[in-house]
Ligand binder design. Structure first.
Ligand code: ADP
Ligand code: MG
Ligand code: MG
Length: 237
């Protein structure tokens, strides 16, 4: 189990997260739902070790991993799909997905995973992961790479952003795939239809946890409040 315990985060004297507690059990899927600027990406960075909390702890199976680096956490099976996908000049989709040959998925699995994210093998395996691919296509490539890695934890920061109308279907397929491989998904989004697809959800607003529970309950609450909360005035963007 991955836990955030009493997380505070401030930057330049500004409070971004306050007293956040979350638990992510093995094999379950979770959404972190909230408006722009709520602190969702910051939470993702704290889970991945990109950012260190000002107060509080990150625990993995009771072990304190707050001081571990991104690389050390990756070795423990924690992975992050960044909100903005990167570009890699001179690296093909197949190279990228197999870590330059280090990872050896069978050809069928590679095809299956590419197919799942909507990138047929023949058309995409030998394309370069550079600016010749659209942002949406690069996001799909990164999703495929997480599926192949079979991590223990997959943190997906707005996987739906930059994707077209088929995003909902794609996210559903990704969630089903991860369910089968036993991967815990932490899906960050500001779309309630996407959040409704996971088992559980947390609603974050102005850096505070406002509601947690079964996704459909949290989504109902979010709809009722139109994603607003009494703390919204505290946000500057
Ligand atoms: P979300 O992902 O929910 O949109 P973020 O975690 O990106 O929210 O940001 C939370 C708040 O922290 C926002 O108000 C944002 O402006 C602020 N913030 C994010 N990164 C920085 C930074 N590097 N320096 C100062 N403020 C930041
Ligand atoms: Mg945002
Ligand atoms: Mg964000």
């Amino acid at each position: 189990m991955l836990c955030l315990r009493n997380i505070d985060y401030s930057k330049d004297g500004r409070e971004i997260l306050r007293a956040v507690n979350m638990r992510f059990k093995q094999g379950m899927s979770y959404s972190i739902l909230g408006p722009n600027g709520a602190g969702k990406s910051t939470l993702a960075y704290i889970l991945m070790g990109v950012v260190k909390p000002t107060e509080g702890k990150v625990l993995l199976d009771e072990r304190d991993i707050t001081d571990l680096s991104v690389t050390e956490r990756a070795k423990l099976g924690i992975t992050l799909l960044w909100q903005e996908p990167a570009r890699y000049d001179g690296i093909t989709v197949e190279d990228y997905l197999t870590l330059g040959g280090k990872l050896r998925p069978d050809k069928d699995e590679l095809r299956r995973v590419l197919e799942l994210v909507g990138l047929p093998y023949e058309a995409y395996a030998h394309r370069f992961v550079d600016k010749s691919l659209s942002g949406g296509e690069r996001k799909r490539v990164e999703l495929a790479s997480l599926l192949l890695l079979r991590p223990r934890y997959a943190i997906l920061d707005e996987p739906d952003s930059g994707l077209d109308i088929t995003a909902g279907e794609l996210i559903e397929k990704v969630l089903n795939y991860f369910k089968r491989t036993g991967t815990t998904v932490i899906l960050i989004t500001h779309h309630e239809e996407i959040a409704a697809k996971t088992d559980f959800a947390y609603f974050l607003c102005a850096g505070r946890l406002m509601k947690k529970g079964f996704s459909r309950e949290v989504v109902e609450y979010y709809k009722k409040t139109c994603g607003r909360c009494f703390l919204a005035g505290m946000m500057t963007d």
